[in-house]
Ligand binder design. Structure first.
Ligand code: NAI
Ligand code: MG
Length: 560
C-alpha cells in the first residue's frame, strides 16, 4: 500500500514549523520532498523517523546561527557583553570592545568589553572594599559556604546552557562539555563550599629555650590572603574559572578574574549566576580584555595581594616579574609536555585507547596532554598503529554536530601554531602515520596526528604544541626510560601503563611530575591536587592543597 503522503506531510509540517520559528520560510521552501512519494508503509515509517531527525538536526544547526539554541542562551548572546565590576555590569572605560569568535566557523558571535588598566583598577578597588568593609568580611564561614554551594547548584541547573556556551566559544563538543566541563565546575564549587567551615589552625606547644619557666599559649589562625587577581586561559573556560574562584571564595578572599580573550562568554554567564546566588557586590569582579593590557595591569597592581595564573610558561614568567613590584604572592599552573609510558606487559586493549584519550582529549589543548608517548620496543609498532587507528575513528567537526568527537582548535593563532609544529616535525624527519594536516573548511580544524621517528632532540618532542599531536618513541629499559621521560623543562603530569603494580609505582615515584596516572589518564577530581614540578608551575589547584594558595598563616602567642 502506498503511503508516500505521510512522510511528505510530516516533513513539510516539521520543516515549516522550524522555518516559521526561525524566520527561514523562503530558504526551506526549496526543500525537495518529491522523493518521499511512492514508497511502502515500512519505508514511509522510516521516512517519518528520518524527517523528524532531519528537522531536529537542522533546527539544532540553524539555531546556533540564529541564536535559538535555548531561550536563555539567545537572550544572553543578544545582550552586549559587559564586565562585572562592583556588582554592576559595565562597559570598558575606553568604550572599546573586541570580537568573540566561534572557532568552528571563524564567525564573530559577540562583542566583549575590552577592559584595560582603568577597569582593572576599578575592579581592584571594589574587591578591596568588599574584602575590608563589605558583608564578605563579616560573613560566617557557614554563610559563605552556603553561597558557594548555591553557585554549584545554579551551574548544575544551567548545565546545557553553559555547555552550549563552551561549544560556541571554545569549539569543544557539546556532548563533552555537558558531561565534563560543566558538572566538574559545579562539583568544584560544592567541594570547596564544604571547606569553608573547616579551615583551621593549630595549637602549638612551644619551649622557648631562652625563657626558662615561662608559659605560653600559642596557636595559628588561617586567614584569607586578601584581594586576589586571577588570570585564566581558554582551554576549559568555565572549569578554569571554577578552579580559581571557588577556593579563593572559600578562604574569604575577594577576586578580580581576568578571563581569556578567546573565550569570555561562560565566565560572564557564571558572573550572573554568582549574583543570582547572592554573593555580595565586589566579591567577584570579572574583567574581559587582552593579556598584555588587562592581564598585565592585574598582575602588576599594587593593591592586589596575590595573583593566581593558569596559562603558558612564557607568560607565567612575566607574571612573576610583574608581581615583584609589591611582592604579591604568586601561584602558577603552566604548560607541560607530559610523558605517557606503555610497557609491553600493559593491558594494551586499555592502554591504546587510553593513550589516544591522553593526547586527543580537548583536541590536545590540555596542559597535561600525554604528548610524549614512550612505548616498550617489542610493542611499539602495535601500539603506535593502534593509536593511529583510534585517531582515524575520531570525527572532527562542529562541536554541535552529534557525531563530532573532536572540535576545532580555539583560534587562528592556535591553528597557526599547531600547523607550524606539524611542518617543523616533518622537516626534522618525523613521520606522520595519521593526520599531519589541517582540514580545508572554515574554522580551525586539524586532524589528530601520530608522529613516529621522533627523538628528544626535536622541537616537537621538547616544546608544548597544545594540539592533537603525539610524538611516539620506543624505549628498551626502565633506567633509560626514566631519564628520557624526565628530560623536559616541564613536570606537570605523566602516565604509566603496566600490569606489574610494583613496577608502575616505582616508575611513578621516579617521575618528576605533579600527577602520575597509572593505567588511566586525565582523571580529575575536585579533591585531587593538580599542579606542576619544574617549569610547570608553583602551588597546586584543587584538593585541600589549593587552600594554601589563598591563605596566610598567623601565629598568635600569649604569655600565661
Ligand atoms: P597565554 O599564557 O598567553 O594566555 C593565558 C592567559 O594569560 C590569558 O588570559 C591571557 O590574556 C593572559 N595573558 C597573556 N599575556 C599576559 C601578560 N603579559 N600578563 C598577564 N596576563 C597575560 O596563552 P595563549 O597565548 O592563549 O596560548 C599560548 C600557548 O600557551 C598555548 O599554545 C599553550 O602551549 C600554552 N597554554 C597553556 C595553558 C595551560 O593550561 N597550561 C593554557 C593556555 C595556553
Ligand atoms: Mg598569549
Amino acid at each position: 500500500m502506498n503511503c508516500g503522503l505521510v512522510p511528505e506531510i510530516v516533513l513539510k509540517v516539521a520543516v515549516s514549523c522550524w522555518a516559521k520559528r526561525n524566520g527561514f520560510v523562503e530558504c526551506v521552501s526549496d526543500v525537495d520532498t518529491s522523493g518521499w512519494l511512492d514508497v511502502s508503509w515500512l519505508e514511509g515509517f522510516r521516512g517519518v523517523v528520518e524527517a523528524i531527525r532531519f528537522c531536529s538536526k537542522l533546527e539544532f544547526f540553524m539555531s546556533i546561527v540564529t541564536g535559538s539554541v535555548s531561550e536563555s542562551l539567545r537572550s544572553f548572546l543578544s545582550k552586549p557583553k559587559q564586565m562585572l565590576i562592583d556588582g554592576e555590569w559595565a562597559d570598558a572605560v575606553s568604550g572599546q570592545t573586541f570580537d568573540v569568535y566561534n572557532p568552528a566557523t571563524a564567525q564573530v558571535i559577540a562583542q566583549a568589553a575590552e577592559g584595560g588598566e582603568p577597569d582593572i583598577d576599578a575592579a581592584v578597588k571594589a574587591a578591596r572594599a568588599a574584602f575590608e568593609t563589605g558583608p564578605w568580611s563579616t560573613m560566617t564561614p557557614s554563610e559563605r559556604g552556603k553561597l558557594i554551594w548555591k553557585v554549584g547548584d545554579l551551574i548544575e541547573q544551567h548545565n546545557d546552557e553553559l555547555a552550549q556556551l563552551e561549544t560556541i566559544d571554545n569549539g569543544k563538543p557539546f556532548s563533552v562539555a555537558r558531561v565534563a566541563d560543566v558538572p566538574l565546575s559545579a562539583d568544584m564549587f560544592r567541594y570547596m563550599a564544604g571547606w569553608a567551615t573547616k579551615i583551621e589552625g593549630n595549637t602549638i606547644p612551644i619551649s622557648v629555650p631562652y625563657a626558662p619557666g615561662a608559659q605560653f599559649n600559642a596557636l595559628t589562625l588561617r586567614e584569607p590572603v586578601g584581594v586576589v587577581g586571577q588570570i585564566i586561559p581558554w582551554n576549559f573556560p568555565l572549569l578554569m574559572a571554577a578552579w580559581k574562584l571557588a577556593p579563593a571564595l572559600t578562604c574569604g578572599c575577594t577576586v578580580v578574574l581576568k578571563v581569556a580573550e578567546q573565550t569570555p562568554l561562560s565566565a560572564l554567564r557564571l558572573g550572573e549566576l554568582i549574583q543570582e546566588a547572592g554573593v555580595p557586590a565586589g566579591v567577584v569582579n570579572i574583567v574581559t580584555g587582552f593579556g598584555e593590557t588587562a592581564g598585565a595591569a592585574l598582575a602588576a597592581h599594587d593593591n592586589v595581594d596575590k595573583v593566581a595564573f593558569t596559562g603558558s610558561t612564557e607568560v607565567g614568567k612575566l607574571i612573576v616579574k610583574a608581581a615583584a613590584g609589591n611582592l604579591k604572592k604568586v601561584s602558577l599552573e603552566l604548560g607541560g609536555k607530559s610523558p605517557n609510558v606503555i610497557f609491553k606487559d600493559a593491558d594494551l586493549a586499555a592502554a591504546i585507547p587510553g593513550a589516544a584519550n591522553a593526547i586527543f582529549f580537548n583536541h590536545g589543548q590540555c596542559c597535561c596532554a600525554g604528548s610524549r608517548l614512550y612505548v616498550e620496543q617489542e610493542v611499539f609498532d602495535e601500539v603506535s598503529a593502534g593509536i593511529a587507528e583510534q585517531a582515524k575513528q575520531i570525527h572532527v567537526g562542529d562541536g554541535f554536530d552529534e557525531s563530532t568527537t573532536m572540535g576545532p582548535l580555539v583560534s587562528q593563532e592556535q591553528f597557526d601554531r599547531v600547523t607550524n609544529y606539524l611542518d617543523l616535525g616533518r622537516s626534522a624527519g618525523a613521520q606522520m602515520i595519521c593526520g599531519g594536516d589541517s582540514i580545508d573548511r572554515d574554522g580551525y580544524f586539524v586532524n589528530p596526528t601520530v608522529m613516529v621517528e621522533t627523538s628528544e632532540s626535536m622541537q616537537v618532542v621538547q616544546e608544548e604544541i597544545f594540539g592533537p599531536v603525539v610524538a611516539a618513541m620506543p624505549f628498551q629499559d626502565s633506567d633509560d626510560l626514566i631519564a628520557r621521560a624526565n628530560d623536559s623543562v616541564y613536570g606537570l603530569a605523566a602516565g604509566v601503563w603496566s600490569r606489574d603494580g610494583a613496577k608502575a609505582h616505582r616508575v611513578a615515584k621516579a617521575m618528576r611530575a605533579g600527577t602520575v596516572w597509572i593505567n588511566c589518564y586525565n582523571v580529575f577530581d575536585a579533591a585531587l591536587p593538580f599542579g606542576g614540578y619544574k617549569q610547570s608551575g608553583w602551588g597546586r589547584e584543587m584538593g585541600h592543597e589549593v587552600l594554601n594558595n589563598y591563605l596566610e598563616t598567623k601565629a598568635i602567642c600569649m604569655s600565661l
